[in-house]
Structures are given as structure tokens and as C-alpha cells.
Design a protein around this ligand. Sequence first.
Ligand code: GAL
Length: 835
Amino acid sequence: MRNKPFLGISGVRCLHLTNEVSQDRHYVVGLIYLLLSLFTAPVFAQNEPRTIQDFNKNWRFHLGDEAKAKDVAFNDSDWRTLTLPHDWSIEGQFSEHHLSTTQEGALPTGIGWYRKAFTVPVSAKGKNVFIEFNGIYRNSEVWINGHSLGIRPYGYSSFRYELTKYLNVGNVKNILAVRVDNSAQPNSRWYTGSGIYRNVRLITTSPIAVDHWGTYVTTPAVTNQNASVTLQTSIRNAFGGRSDGKPQTVSINSVILDATGKEVATSISAAVRLLDTLSTVTQPFEVKNPILWSVDKPYLYKIVTRVYSQNQLVDTYETPLGIRYFKFDPATGFSLNGQSMKILGVCLHHDLGALGAAVNVRAIQRQLELLKAMGCNAVRTSHNPPTPEFLDLCDQMGFIVMDEAFDMWKKKKTKQDYGLNWDAWHKTDLEDMVRRDRNHPSIFMWSIGNEIREQFDSTGLTITKELAGIVKKLDSTRPVTSALTENVPEKNFIYRSGVLDLLGFNYKHEAYADFPKTFPNQSVLASETGSSLQTRGHYDMPSDSIRMWGKGGPTKFTDGNPDWTASAYDNEAAYWGSTHEQTWKVIKKYPHMAGLFIWTGFDYLGEPHPYPWPARSSYFGILDLAGFPKDVYYLYQSEWTDKPVLHLFPHWNWPKGKTVDVWAYYSQADEVELFLNEKSLGVRKKTGDELHVMWRVPYEPGTLKAISRKAGQTILTQTISTAGKPAKIQLVADRNILKADGKDLSFITVNVLDEQDNLIPDASHLITFNIQGEGELVGVDNGYQASLEPFKANYRKAYNGKCLAIIQTTEKAGKITVNATSEGLQSSTIELSSR
Ligand code: GAL
């Protein structure tokens, strides 16, 4: 990347140089100023003046309250040392004692303290120093050297504090102390985790620097030939939070780089006078023949902004840029870059299964990879702002994001929730979400709330207007929506406020057909669908009897199976929801439905509807908590991708003579023929709006074979054989070569097989892991919603033939050997390596 300083000299006219010719002219002008300045100005700064430091290491942690832990003199030498992000809840044991409702996952909560001692080099003198937290769950208070910097109740907001005026520079230690209070329960309807569960950074800047979340990029006009891009930059001029009152003059040079690092547009504003602490500068650009961002080709540019003061570079700041345009239309739904498409989304909560809420970028990336391979192109961050790395990945991987702020407003949903903080905090929290996230090209809509209780009374009118106003003031380029449940227009006060640009409706798929009449001239989508219930590898027959479960409420066992399972045939759902097929058929049919967000992509901790304890995680996922696909994953793959799919299920180990429903999802073929022990059981074709085919087969052991054909040609073949005796363990790593950065992960699937490599469909062997070399076992799981084994252990029982081990690298490159043993099974070892 070329560094082309433009040295601001007072009186220089503001230059907006956009085309190639004028850019060249700019180089010449810049060069002249540079040469002149060599005689008049101090030596050009060599180092980038902004430093961003990963601040996750060497924290001390203590579970429980400590009255004096904020004091510098407090002795924390017997506290545990750890690296953030950290979630103490996930380290605990499941217990009924941790339940205040069944919804938050039955793991411990409470109060925890973190402390970190650090020094700051003398070179930081005269600089501003900030600590940035991506999120602390919940009710945090932060102190530096005994001074309180502030509190933050909402566990999903990102924030920073300035440390400058309290900081010791040089060899004297500084102490950061953070108290986290997640003791008041229940405060959520799902598992939240507890602690500093997202990344922390230390930022050092010059007194004149781009402000926190200080840029805002928009693309006011985009065609295939040309994109106009506007960048607004807020420049802060203050030291230790205060301005010295002296006006300063700066010049700002921003360049747009394409994905290869080539400069494609420049904008210079010279001689900007900073009179106040905060000043805003607007820079326009033109990008010729832009490559547009889309879900299939998420092309990213980036803007690099350099701020010069008194001929010195005082700040460099990067802003992501994706160029795209889109529209929601009441009749035809959603279009991206002029092309009609459906939003094929899932809702996600933030936990990462066995890793809990503790952010790990690879774990999030794996989830998104699995969803992408299913054909999913969108995510709703239900029901809170996600960690910022999640949005970076969505930008890079091509997901359309509904960024959601709240699960409740002032009227709470659980006794101790954010409703209590609403009056004091909602404005700040909502503003911070939009400011933090508005440069992400992946974000297409802002949701101000999920199933908000105020939709049912007139307070909904005022609050909706206020919230939509807050969002629009900061970003008017995306629609404001809310996930609503009340679809009778007169009864829905959020809708009646008249300020929503897009209506999101949860469930009630029977109502979709009439939306153009019920909500004329309104763009609509299904913000939440399904809530169908499944346990991987479990099948309740007959598969065509649909059961709607859970009318008895979350604490009573009224219906379901005695072993807390649900059926993977897509024939069970929460009573307010639907099967996967029921809703997808309707969404598919009506062009006015812009898309859907299925509840949910992955199972999550908490909300084990319809079961009470000991069930402790949800059944709604298309993939289970360990990330293993349930059968319905292939339904979506067959509908949402162009690749040929053939997925045959269930397993083939049943009591002799039992009538078994055999299903196949298929695509890119006209028909499927099923054979049992080479004898044809007939050809089936999907007709009408059918999404699967089925054979009702009297069971006999042997091999089931399905062949999908198109115009008589075989497209795919799949066989399932009756498994014999459990014989061995198979280990399959999702990645064998890892980064030696202390963060990277390999997800290792453990399969229990017979001699012929058939999966044992009900195997529940206890598997023990032994890891050697430069790796560590950081989590185990098997996806069973009622397993009470801990996630942090060196063992796990298989569930329906499978379990998972998650290996994390150390910072030292080397070999990692993973060995798995179990009584009566041949053990298995695989080798990974980290670089
Ligand atoms: C919805 C709610 C979700 C989740 C889901 C379970 O009504 O918005 O957060 O609780 O039900 O079916």
C-alpha cells in the first residue's frame, strides 16, 4: 500500500480528487508540499501513531464478591490467572440449584472479579489511552488505579473508557479492576454466560485522532458503472478528555483500496479547523466500475483515513466498505443489486455450545461455514447486538444481517432483566449499537426489539417512535424493523406508530398469504419461524403424525418423550410454531414475503422447551449444540443450494418387523428409487409442493440404498446398512493444520463404528481423551439436550453414536496428538499440527 501523505497547510483549498487524472495531479501537488515541508516541519512521524493492543492476557480472576478488590493495594496473588474472553458459567456443573426458571441453562451465575496489572511505556506520555470492551455480561463496573470509570448494565453493548488522566507511565504499575455482577436472576430467557466474555483492547492515540467508532460510510448512489461513496469522519481533539481550547488545523487523506490493496479512489480535505473537541469532516469519492458486495461474492473494499496535523501523521484509521444497493418491496420482496432474492436466514443466540459465551472467532466462523454450506444467506442476531467479530465474518462470508437491539423494552420479560435499566440506558445502548455497526455492509436492517410487550398497549406508540428516531438519526440507509407477534393491525401499537420501514412477524405462517391485504403497501418478512423440535438421531413414528408440544408451560412436563428427546423427522414443534416444511412452503410460495429467519440455526443453551429439568438446552436448532447437522439440514440444502443433494434417513437398526418410515430429501433429480437388500421398494417423486419422499418399510436387517436420477441418469447414491457390534472409534478433524496463536481450534468428531465402518446409531460409550503436544482440550459435547456431563472435561459419552472434542492451539508451533479411548473399542489417534 502506498502511503501518500498530504501535508495540510492552512489556506489550502479543500480538494476532492476523484478521477485518475486529478489523482495524478494530486500526487504532484502532494509531492511539492512534502518537499516544502521538509524544510519547515519536524521530521515526519515514522510510526503509526495509533496502537491497538490485544489486552486479553494475564488477567486475574476470582469468583465471588471482594469488597476491596478495586483498590490498587489489594493482594490478588492467589487468584487464578487466565486469558480473556472468559465465561465462568460454562466452567460450572449443571444443577437444578442454578435454575431460577428453566430458561437460562442451569449453570452457575453470581459475581466475579477480574484484575490486571500493566505498565505503559514512557512513549505513551502525551497520548490518550483507552480500554475497549466488546461486551461484559453483566452489570460491570471498571476501575483504573482505584478510580471508577463507569458502569454498564447491558451485557451486549461494546464500550470504551479513557484511562489517560489516571495512568502511570513508565515503570509504575497500573491496576485495572472489573466487577461483573450476574447474580440477580432470572435476567434472560436463554443462557447468557457470565464475565468478560468478549475481547478487550488497549488503544493509544494522539490527542488529535479519529473518535471512537468515528467514521460513517455510505454509498448514496450505486450503479454497475459507478458508485458514489461518502465518508464522514469525527475528529477528536482533546487530551485526557479535555480540549486545550486552542484551535488546530488538520488535513485528512482518505483512500479507498480494493481487495488487492490497490487504490481506487482518494479524497483529501485540507486545512480543516478543529475548534471543538469533536469536529466532523465529510469526504466524497467515486469508485468506477465497482465490484458489488453480494451474498455469493462478498467483495470488500476498505477505506484508510490518515489525519495530519502540523505536517505530521497523527492518526490512521480503517473503515470496511462493501458497495451494494438493495430494496424491500411490498409486492416483490427483497432485491440485492437489482436482483430479486429471498432472505434465507436463521436466528442465532450468541453461545458457542461447549465454549459457552466466550468469544472465539474460529468457533463463530465454523458455525457460519456450516450455515453457508446449507444455503443459508442471512442471520438475525436474536435478540441482542453480537460481538463485532461476528459482523466482520458476515461481511467477509456474505451474510445478510438483521442486527437486533433488545428482547424487552421497559416492560420486562423476566424479573431482573434489562427492563429495570431501560429508562437510564436504552438511548445509549441503541446509539452505541448503530454507531459501532453501521459500516458493516452485511447489515441490512436494524431491529429495535423482539416480541416486545409494549406492542399491546399505547406506550408502544411513543417508544417505537423514539427508538426509530434514534436509529434514523445515526443511519437512514437501512430499514428499521421489529419482530412482532400481533398481526391484527389495530391491536399492534408498534405497527401503529407508523415508523417501521419493514414489518417482521414471528410465527403464524397461516397469516402470510393475506399480508398484502392486512398490511397494504408494507414490506414484510418472517422474522422468526418454526420452533420445531429435534434431537439428532432420534425418530418418533409414524413420521406423518405432527405433534405440537409444550402447552403446559416451561416448568411442567405435559408432553414429550420420557427420555427428553424430540423427533428428527420434522414432525414435532412448539405449539406456537410449525414444522420446518409447513413454514418454508408458504414463504416459498409468496413473493411478497421477503424472507425468513428460522428459529434457530444451532441449538443453544437454555430454553429446553417443552421439557423441564434435566433438559437444559434447546431443541430448535437445524444443527445440534455440538454443531452436528440434524436431518432437516439437508432439507434446506436441497431447497437453498444448487448442488445435488440426496439424504436418506433414519438409521437401519430396528426391531425386526417394525414398520419404519424411510425419508429422502433430494434435489437436482426427478426421482428417487429405494432398495432394501437390492430389492426395489419403488420410485418416489416429489409432487406439488412436497419437500421430501417417503416409503413405509417393514424392517429387516441389511442395506438400504437410494438412487436419485435425472432423465434416467444416476445423480447420487446413498446406502445405510444395519450396524453390527460396536468395534472402534473414528476421529475426524475439521482442520488438521492450525495457527499457533493460542486461539485457533480443531473440531474433532468422534464416531463409534462397527468393523465395517457403520455408525452405531445408539452408541453411548464413554470416550476419554488424551492430548499431547501444543494443544489443549477446551470443550467436549455430544449434542444431547439433557446430558448433565460438564463441557470442560477430558471425557464425554457418545450420544446416538457421536461426540465432539474441541482442541485449541497454544502459542507454540508444533504437533498435537489427540487420542481417544473407550472400554471395549479399538482406540484412535490423530495428529494435528500448528504453525
Ligand atoms: C419466540 C421468541 C424466541 C424463542 C422462541 C422459542 O417467541 O422470540 O426468543 O423464545 O419463541 O420458540
